[in-house]
Write a protein that binds this ligand. Structure first.
Ligand SMILES: Cc1cc2nc3c(=O)[nH]c(=O)nc-3n(C[C@H](O)[C@H](O)[C@H](O)COP(=O)(O)O)c2cc1C
Length: 167
């Protein structure tokens, strides 16, 4: 799959087979996230990898979409490290690039995943659930993934809908 196909065919997957995701695959996905762009190359992302049942249950209890986390063989809890004196907005933009790199890697490797943002509403609970007490870390969201048991079918507005040209 080339990069263009990957971007156009990725869809959120919220149902997974029980098959585990190998450590090598998890590392490859993180490796793709590592190459996301970020302001001043600060690479502000921090990730807690969740595969164990106990941690999964604790994280699942933090969101109304806990069933997705409970069913996913692996979930990344993604944090912003604010210890660099830099623009908060640009740091968050870099986090978005990280999330998208990870989602595209998941898809390119034949897996499926979904960006979970509802859980951000309970970010303090996530810190407690995962034992993250570093005050510089701010929870941003989660990515649940595994072997797909469904194919997403979302559509998009046409390009002309959101584009203007200036000459
Ligand atoms: C910031 C953000 C937060 C999201 N939060 C959730 C979520 O909490 N639960 C969920 O099921 N999907 C969530 N999604 C996935 C979107 O619903 C999905 O990307 C969108 O509907 C487009 O569908 P697609 O990814 O299949 O193309 C989120 C996506 C983004 C970018």
């Amino acid at each position: 799959m080339d990069a263009i196909d990957c971007m156009k065919t990725r869809r959120s997957v919220r149902k997974f087979t029980p098959d585990p995701v190998s450590d090598a695959t998890i590392e490859e996905i993180l490796e793709c996230g590592r190459w996301a762009p970020s302001g001043l190359n600060h690479q502000p992302w921090r990730v807690v990898v969740i595969t164990g049942r106990d941690a999964k249950e604790r994280l699942a209890a933090c969101t109304t979409h806990g069933d997705i986390i409970a069913a996913a063989p692996c979930t990344f809890a993604v944090f912003l490290d604010k210890s660099y004196e830099y623009s908060y907005v640009k740091n968050v933009q870099g986090m978005g690039a990280f999330f998208e790199n990870v989602l595209l890697a998941i898809h390119a490797l034949g897996l499926g995943g979904v960006w979970l943002g509802q859980i951000y509403e309970n970010k303090e609970r996530v810190h407690v659930a995962l034992g993250i007490h570093d005050e510089n870390w701010e929870f941003m969201g989660a990515i649940a993934f595994g072997h797909p048991a469904e194919h997403g079918s979302s559509d998009r507005r046409p390009v002309t809908n959101f584009t203007r040209f200036a000459t």
